[in-house]
Write a protein that binds this ligand. Structure first.
Ligand code: NAP
Length: 432
């Protein structure tokens, strides 16, 4: 597939919207990313309109409205489909496969409904179809399910897989209005579409759990048979009663084995405040996988957006590029990581905040002396308080802002010499 002499893999991108533009941005700026990205070129980009203003500047001649020609272009090795919707995305994916091209897609609507058809066609053609961006945005979930967790008998997938609804429920739980108000806020912040029905009715989450269940259990899931209930009927009063009873309300997508059956559904659910999914707030997504012998693992992160989704899509592109390279010898992603020498920062140059506890004689002016000494060394303080008296010594706790580590220790060495200072029993770094 890839020209072994110049090693360049030419990519055709279908769609230059939120995700497509994120993908193009990464491909056009490969410095500091995986070295294989320097061997991938953005050959054609298919869109609906050539006249739409776009913030991204592509090389001349790359943009086209002829998507059929793009998937038939013999110079293109891999097609990335980020158009959205079922058609023409499904047909174009199948045409690309028929032309012997690998495909990367983030289209959960197509994969949840036509995944079996697409993957069979791909296998028959000997090409790959990868879809990390289809579920969980930037959270790596498809790849772990297909590879790293392969030793497990998975028995449960449970997740918050729609950021829009999680944002709305979080707003409502925090007393920021009812469903309509929270939805309007989500729309004004760009977290919800003008037509939010696929999100709020649970259809988007149902697409995603259908894909996850297929991979986790190796079963064929009928998307139409996934029970699906949205969040439109939830009242703020129910959220506050749930809170009082020790629960939080989340739109959960779940799939679990139940004897010979697959229990798969999406609905608003009360979940104990102790459960890790209860603390997943706003547009974040999280997925809990349960299996034997793993136990449970939770993956959490940004579930949508240009950058996170493009991160997943381009990760798949790198994966295909590496696999093609492996055909001619060695798999670059399984071998030694590509590294270059780098000087490591000496501890004195580290920037960090500090917490320190100082025991001093209980006499006036000591706090002032400490503050002045830290200031002289350029150590800015977030707080300095006398907590109490401990064995007749005043206990003073100091928390600094971000400071150069070397300066902090110079100040502390000087402070240790103060006649009023009896001891400095604790110094800890603060992560901020
Ligand atoms: N947005 C996210 O955060 C996110 C997260 C995860 C997965 N996804 C998935 O990624 C896919 C793309 O989403 P998006 O948000 O990037 O969509 P989007 O912003 O609406 O962009 C769609 C792009 O596809 C082009 N397009 C659509 N239909 C076309 C057609 N019939 N012919 C030619 N061009 C067409 C549009 O062209 P014009 O620019 O000319 O209009 C636009 O560039 C969807 O499957 C979505 O479910 C999105």
């Amino acid at each position: 597939m890839v020209n072994q002499n110049n090693r360049t893999m030419r990519l055709g991108l279908l769609g230059l919207g939120t995700v497509g533009a994120g993908v193009a941005q990464i491909l056009l700026d490969p410095k500091g990313r995986h070295p294989l990205l320097t061997e991938i070129s953005l050959h054609r980009v298919g869109v609906r309109s050539l006249h739409k203003p776009r913030s991204l500047h592509l090389p001349p001649g790359v943009l086209t409205t002829d998507l059929e020609a793009l998937v038939h272009d013999p110079d293109i090795h891999l097609v990335v489909e980020v158009l959205g919707g079922v058609e023409p995305a499904r047909t174009l994916i199948l045409r690309a496969i028929a032309q012997g091209k690998h495909v990367v897609t983030a289209n959960k609507a197509v994969v949840a409904r036509y995944g079996a058809e697409i993957f069979q066609a791909a296998q028959a053609q000997g090409v790959y179809v990868l879809m990390e961006g289809a579920v969980g945005g930037g959270i790596p979930i498809i790849h772990p399910l297909k590879q790293a967790l392969g030793a497990n008998r998975l028995n449960r997938v449970l997740g918050i897989v729609n950021g829009t609804t999680n944002f709305i429920l979080t707003q409502m739980a925090q007393g920021r209005g009812d469903f309509a108000t929270a939805l309007a806020t989500a729309q004004s912040l760009g977290y919800a579409e003008a037509d939010p029905s696929a999100d709020v009715d649970g259809a988007d989450a149902a697409d995603k759990i259908a894909i996850l269940a297929t991979l986790a259990f190796g079963v064929q899931v009928s998307r139409e048979a996934v029970y699906c209930e949205g969040i439109g009927g939830i009242q703020p009063v129910d959220l506050s009663y749930a809170e009082r009873l020790g629960f939080r309300v989340k739109l959960l997508a779940l799939a679990q084995r139940q004897g010979e059956y697959l229990d798969i559904r999406v609905h608003p659910t009360l979940i104990s405040q102790d459960h890790p999914l209860a603390s997943v707030q706003g547009v974040q997504n999280a997925i809990v996988l349960g299996g034997e012998p793993l136990g449970e693992v939770m993956l959490q992160g940004p579930g949508a957006g240009a950058g996170p989704t493009a991160s997943a899509v381009v990760g798949d592109v790198v994966n295909v590029a590496a696999t093609l390279r492996a055909d001619s010898g060695y798999h670059p992603l399984l071998g030694a990581p590509a590294t270059r020498p780098i000087p490591q920062l000496p501890m004195d140059e580290v920037q960090t905040c500090f917490y320190t506890r100082v025991l001093t004689q209980d006499q006036p002016g000591v706090i002032g002396q400490l503050g002045t000494c830290f200031g002289r060394h350029g150590v800015s303080l977030a707080s300095i308080v006398q907590i109490g008296i401990h064995e007749q010594l005043a206990e003073i706790v100091v928390v600094t802002h971000q400071v150069r580590e070397g300066n902090f220790w110079l100040a502390l060495a000087e402070i240790r010499q103060f006649p009023a200072v009896a001891d400095i029993p604790t110094v800890l770094r603060v992560w901020s």
